[in-house]
Design a protein around this ligand. Structure first.
Ligand SMILES: *Cc1c(COP(=O)(O)O)cnc(C)c1O
Length: 500
């Protein structure tokens, strides 16, 4: 490696790679996640960054992490993601206000969910990284989605040279709007497959494909390298650090916090990628008070932060915030690594224990940067109603989980301003929002008609990417069992070869 900015696998301290190698690989060969070894050496100067527009700020922050990218490469990637009109406002994120909290709107991108923040840039990072390491194989992106990643990744990678993308989603685990978004994706290099199982099954299936060495060898012979667009890819995680800084600076600009004083962030969490980016922001100098991990009824993370016991042996609930219906939060592994002595052998042990017994136990005192809480379905609906009635703001169920937890923990958060991350446009989950506001769905209407009625009743616009989805052709119709995902990949790639 030519520079000292190495990433190391959470499960094997001998597996050390450059940023480019880590982004192209996605997951390390031993199943671990790459983490920046050098993170303690980064300390951003708040004064120097505070007035920068989003793209310039992203350039500074990503530049510090992408050691083997040239400054020009970083600039180009950032420009292609954030300044080409893919977002519906001059700056990619917006801020609004409900009751006492600032709401950070992360859904102004091409698919109306926060995954766009990273997935508009990841394809560019990946093709650049691929050039940097002289990779000449076709990169095939395999993605498991609880609904939002899938469409954002499909849009990001659609027709990107030397890449193909295959998205797996749990058949009954995504909303009608999310499904319609995914299966209507055009592009010569895209495939969408529904899986007979829940999100954890789907994610485990993808992880199993990555660690299947024989399959990997066969694909390699066919000129294919697998990679991931899930938040296990470090190239997905790093761009998410930027909006923590950006939103902090907007509060400072508005005089709501003095530069250098802390703010709390409340993050609706599932796979723990978004909030982990907040932790990396804190580690690199952002004054963060508490990072509040907000969960829905699948509250495995709440229990973990409160007791130190991570136990996935529990019922799995399908909630109105489906992107957070997760019992195995992959990115937590990166936090464990950082908090338990950065010892790959120790993490391997914990993850083996999780696999074998479904649980592990650590000292909760290790995690005092965090607070945690969860919201049940009735409380989430109540918050959607309350925020609409009092602030005139329509929020989606994921955002409402976070706002509910903020209200529940208000006493512990009253010493600093609070930023609540808003992760989806309400029209992405319009059935649930409608029901929360009006008690039940309009009779005899499909989800797309409900969207229109919601828009008329509340006087709020349906964002462009979610309009007219019912009129779009269904271009993908593949289904598979959870045990047959690897076979589906091989079939799709073979069919593809026959096409060309
Ligand atoms: C993915 C997602 C989340 C959870 O983010 P993680 O990084 O997986 O914790 C929350 N809300 C929405 C709308 C999402 O799409």
């Amino acid at each position: 490696m030519q520079n000292s900015k190495t990433y190391v696998s959470t499960r094997n301290s001998a597996d050390r790679v450059s940023a480019s190698e880590g982004i192209v690989a996605g997951l390390s060969k031993d199943g671990g996640l790459y983490v920046p070894e050098f993170i303690d050496d980064i300390h951003f100067d708040l004064d120097a960054l505070k007035d920068l527009p989003y793209a310039a700020l992203a350039e500074e922050i990503l530049g510090a992490f992408l050691g083997d990218f040239t400054p020009q490469q970083v600039r180009d990637c950032v420009a292609q993601a954030y300044t080409t009109g893919a977002f519906d406002a001059p700056e990619p994120v917006g801020m609004s206000r409900a009751e006492d909290s600032a709401i950070l709107e992360l859904w102004h991108g091409p698919t109306a969910a926060f995954k766009d923040m990273a997935l508009t840039i990841l394809p560019h990072l990946m093709t650049t990284a691929s050039k940097n390491i002289g990779e000449d194989k076709t990169i095939v992106i395999l993605t498991a989605t609880s609904g939002d990643t899938g469409k954002a990744a499909l849009e990001g990678f659609k027709d990107v040279e030397n890449t193909k993308i295959i998205v797996f989603y749990p058949k009954d685990g995504v909303s009608a709007v999310q499904e319609a978004q995914m299966v209507s994706t055009a592009g010569k290099n895209t495939a969408v497959v529904s899986v007979d199982g829940n999100f954890d099954d789907t994610q485990n299936g993808v992880k199993a494909i990555f660690s299947d060495r024989e399959l990997g060898a066969r694909l390699e012979d066919a000129g294919i390298a697998l990679s991931s667009a899930n938040s296990i890819n470090i190239g997905r995680l790093l761009p998410q650090i930027v909006y923590y800084y950006y939103s902090y600076f907007r509060l400072a600009e508005a005089g709501r916090v003095n530069l250098g004083e802390p703010v709390h962030f409340v993050v609706p969490s599932g796979n723990f990628g978004d909030i982990l980016a907040g932790y990396y922001a804190k580690k690199t100098g952002l004054p963060v008070g508490k990072l509040v991990c907000a969960s829905n009824q699948n509250n495995v993370l709440t229990d973990f932060f409160r007791t130190g016991v991570y136990d996935k042996n529990r019922p799995f609930y399908k909630t109105i915030s489906p992107s957070m219906d997760i019992l195995i939060s992959s990115n937590l592994e990166r936090l464990l690594y950082d908090k338990t002595g950065r010892d790959g052998a120790k993490i391997q042990e914990l993850m083996d224990e999780l696999k074998e017994t479904g649980r592990y136990c650590l000292d909760p005192a290790l995690f005092e940067d965090f607070l945690a809480g969860w919201a049940d379905e009735a409380a989430v609906q109540q918050t959607i109603r309350d925020v609409y009635e009092k602030d005139g703001l329509l929020i989606d169920p994921h955002t409402a989980v976070a706002e509910t937890v903020r209200r529940d923990l208000a006493d512990e958060l009253d010493d600093a301003p609070v930023i609540v991350l808003s992760t989806a446009n309400p029209y992405k989950f319009s059935d649930s929002v409608y029901t929360a506001l009006y008690g039940s769905l309009p009779e005899g209407k499909n989800p797309f008609e409900t969207q229109k009625i919601l828009s008329e009743k509340t006087g709020t616009p349906i964002p462009a990417p979610l309009r007219e989805l019912d009129k779009k052709a269904r271009l993908h119709d593949t289904t598979c069992k959870k045990t047959e995902m690897a076979a589906a990949v091989e079939t799709l790639l073979r069919e593809d070869a026959a096409d060309v």
